[in-house]
Design a protein around this ligand. Sequence first.
Ligand SMILES: Cc1cc2nc3c(=O)[nH]c(=O)nc-3n(C[C@H](O)[C@H](O)[C@H](O)COP(=O)(O)O)c2cc1C
Length: 332
Amino acid sequence: MLGFLYICGRPFLFSLDPERAHELTLSLAARTGWLARLLAPRSPQVPARLGELELRSPVGLAAGLDKNAVALPVWEALGFGFVEIGTVTPRPQVGNPRPRVHRIKAQRALINAMGFPNEGAEAIGARLERLQASGRWPKIPVGVNLGKNKDTPDAEAASDYAKVAKRLAELSSYLVINVSSPNTPGLRALQAKDELARILAATQAEAQGRPVWIKLSPDLGDEALGEAVEVARAGGAAGLIATNTTITRPVTCPDLRGGFSGHPIYPLSKGRITALLERAGDLPVVGVGGVDSPERARELLAAGCTAVQLYTGLIYQGPILPSRINRGLRKP
Ligand SMILES: Cc1cc2nc3c(=O)[nH]c(=O)nc-3n(C[C@H](O)[C@H](O)[C@H](O)COP(=O)(O)O)c2cc1C
């Protein structure tokens, strides 16, 4: 039923500016979550683990879709096994000028140059506290993806990550250090060994025992992936999430600035994930980037990922995608 409604509504949504369509859908989801729960197909359980956390499905909602946690109770109803909110920065910020999200429809891809628009750690923390008090807190793990404000100098980046961790760790199941979005100038340079180690240590110090993951870019070479693994191990990170959007263009598309995501990114992200798995040993890896079918999810899990996440697939295939993947994963 939900799939049918999405197919009917999609032409209208796709006639709107992508970000406007996104805002409309999220606010609808936030206000009619009970309806989604009623209409969503029953999703089978596919037990999995995210480090020490038990999951009812290895399919998670990737960061950036519900940045401000406005529709948090909806995601489990769609069959997601975990959800990641954010990226959250210490102070609220508006992000880059619009338009900053573009559909590459023929390729089932997106290019985004959002630049971490979000309400900031305090407002998002207050929203999470209200949700907890209301008794509608999701039964699936909720991760918080951490970032730095655009106007924070890179030399002070670690304290930004620590500030968000301090405010939100208690309200989260896990934290993610995001040093891989291409739309905040200088951010990806924080993936370098010393900077990353500093950020990890500062975040761990405020994590209140919550597992801390690190999210990487698909544009890193083998050596950089190896260094990230070293830092993660030495600093006691729970695992690695790969990958974020790419600044490369895996297919011919309009010349727009921003990070590329969706169906055509999969060969790149899978290649980087495989290279990471070879170096990660027993450090868990979450696979993300172009996961939009049961086959792709299965392939990444078979390669050794502990779980997968998706974003762009949901935009093109609608809310039935997670349960479709769960059903596919249940088949022998
Ligand atoms: C519009 C948009 C906004 C995003 N915002 C964030 C973000 O704030 N933080 C983050 O870590 N990743 C962000 N991402 C990256 C996704 O979480 C994911 O890593 C990437 O899109 C690849 O997965 P996909 O091909 O399934 O979309 C964003 C992606 C898109 C398309």
